[in-house]
Design a protein around this ligand. Structure first.
Ligand code: BES
Ligand code: MN
Ligand code: ZN
Length: 513
């Protein structure tokens, strides 16, 4: 679907469906709606009066205009109460609206930028979330289905209408950002949806190669097993021992900033299947462990989006990629590994594998002398217990960085919640035979995992995001399909956009057209 922007009054817009919004606590029609209502012979007011249109978030009514307007249909869409509309509320309303429009068989739809009178956000930010809601509401994974169960017609164009000519370029910026972040999210969802017999570490390398081939200023380096041996990546080597699939340590670099500018580094856990290894998992829901590479898929998506938006920053994406399998040569409980930074780890549970490969990923990242490191991982079942479906766990050693990620999460509708990273917790990770062990006992599992990771970043500003549980939705939501959610992708993209600051606006393509 193409997303475009133009200036023009809604009552004159020729399109298959015109989507207009309304609030829950609004009884009289606004000026612009009044014009539509006049053309429609008072239908809008009538729908309001008899309660058919309530304005509740995501509630909608479809009206056929039968020639009364250039638009063939009007979809009246609720945004909820005017004083409690949020950006994510707009994203959700748009996700629902998109599905409604799609069901009608329409090929085009148009909408003004919603909520400019209710939100403090800029037209650019609102345009961004509208595009995200629509594109992600469209997301389906039908790759392996013979019956695609889809509306047969695709929507070709979404048009955002600007009130004033001087708003067009700002709205275009928002649209481009929305496209980049939604496409990055869909890309990451696809990688997670593909089964583990397809999405192997080698296939993840191919996906990274594709990005490097298509995007400007992106280069790929892959460290093979022998390179990992040379460097001493004990975590990578230890976790991959039980698998027939060769482990890949993937480094995807985007250089949009100045040459001498230190990079920001993103590290994503990329376990293409987590069986638990010798500490085998129970079989119930084990199929969901094909998505244990969500962090890595998101890092690829975020680097791709940064390149697409030509953000003026240097970003390095690191994906330690492997399977975690039992096998004759697999790592056994009690085995000791020496990690890239020289520290030794006693593996007491082979199912705590994420932190082992991340240890090498983070140590490698720290060697790049970066501005900061952010890692993202489906790391602990304890995160599921502590925070459930709606919050990403956050731990880190730098308050400013945590605040930035928290803000980006808020903007992206992917909120984080901080957990304490207090040195006291390291007690639980002490080993009798090595520098530390890879499990921390019963209490505070998300925290001890974060504590473990902290020993591999040196004194670099760093934040860890635990997306276990939020990475998988058990139900269909307005712009989140059932299954892999790729939560964190939009957060990372938004954080990179924010970090690029005003320079991003100047450098982006098509600006001012
Ligand atoms: N990938 C899992 C965590 C996970 C579980 C993510 C469920 C998403 C849904 C991770 O590798 C794991 O197995 N963690 C163990 C660690 C434990 C052995 C210390 C866990 O949390 O059970
Ligand atoms: Mn595991
Ligand atoms: Zn895992």
């Amino acid at each position: 679907m193409k997303c475009q922007v133009k200036e023009g009054p809604i009552a004159q817009e020729a399109t298959d469906v015109l989507v207009v919004s309304g609030y829950e606590d609004e009884n009289t029609l606004s000026k612009t709606h009044q014009a539509l209502d006049n053309a429609l012979g008072g239908q809008l007011q009538e729908l309001r009066n008899n309660g058919e249109f309530s304005g509740k978030n995501q509630q909608s009514v479809l009206i056929h205009t039968r020639g009364a307007l250039p638009a063939k249909r009007v979809l009246w869409l609720g945004l909820g109460k005017k004083n409690s509309v949020t950006l994510d509320g707009v994203r959700q309303a748009m996700g629902t609206a998109f599905k409604k429009v799609w069901q009608t068989g329409a090929q085009t739809f148009s909408a003004p930028v919603f909520g400019t009178d209710a939100l403090t956000a800029s037209a650019s930010d609102i345009a961004q979330v509208m595009v995200e809601g629509a594109l992600l509401g469209r997301y389906r994974f039908t790759h392996y289905r013979s019956d695609k169960e889809e509306p047969s017609k695709e929507i070709r164009t979404m048009t955002l209408l600007a009130n004033r000519a001087n708003e067009v370029s700002r709205i275009k910026t928002g649209v481009r950002r929305g496209e980049a972040s939604a496409n990055a999210t869909s890309f990451a969802r696809d990688l997670c949806n593909h089964p583990a017999n397809v999405m192997t570490p080698s296939r993840v390398v191919q996906e990274a190669q594709n990005i490097a081939k298509k995007a400007l200023r992106v280069t790929l380096t892959v460290l093979e097993r022998k390179d990992q041996q040379k460097l001493g990546m004990g975590g990578m080597l230890g976790v991959s021992r039980g698998s027939q699939e060769p482990p890949k340590f993937i480094v995807l670099e985007y250089s949009g900033g100045k040459k001498q500018e230190r990079p920001v580094v993103l590290v994503g856990k990329t376990v293409t299947f987590d069986s638990g290894g010798i500490s085998l998992k129970p079989s119930e829901n084990m199929e969901q462990m094909k998505a244990d590479m969500t962090g890595g898929a998101e890092v690829l998506g975020a680097v791709r989006a940064a390149a697409q938006l030509r953000l003026p920053i240097n970003v390095v994406g690191i994906l330690p990629a492997t399977e975690n399998m039992p096998g004759g040569r697999a790592t056994k409980p009690g085995d000791i590994l020496r990690m890239l930074n020289g520290k030794t780890v006693e593996v007491q549970n082979t199912d705590a594998e994420g932190r082992l490969i991340l240890a090498d990923g983070l140590a490698y990242a720290a060697q790049l002398n970066p501005q900061c490191i952010v890692d993202i991982a489906t790391l602990t079942g304890a995160c599921i217990v502590a925070l459930g479906q709606f919050a990403i766990g956050m731990l880190g050693n730098d308050d400013a960085l945590k605040a930035d990620l928290s803000k980006a999460g808020e903007q992206a509708g992917e909120r984080v919640w901080e957990m304490p990273l207090w040195e006291e917790y390291f007690e639980q990770l002490k080993s009798d035979v090595a520098d530390m062990r890879n499990i921390g006992g019963r209490g505070g599992g998300m925290i001890t995992a974060g504590m473990f990771l902290s020993k591999f970043v040196g004194d670099c500003p760093w934040v860890h995001l635990d997306i276990a549980s939020t990475d998988w939705s058990t139900s269909e939501r307005p712009y989140i399909s059932k299954g892999p959610t790729a939560i964190g992708t939009r957060l990372l993209v938004q954080w990179l956009i924010n970090r690029s600051g005003k320079r991003a606006l100047l450098n982006s393509p098509n600006q001012g057209k």
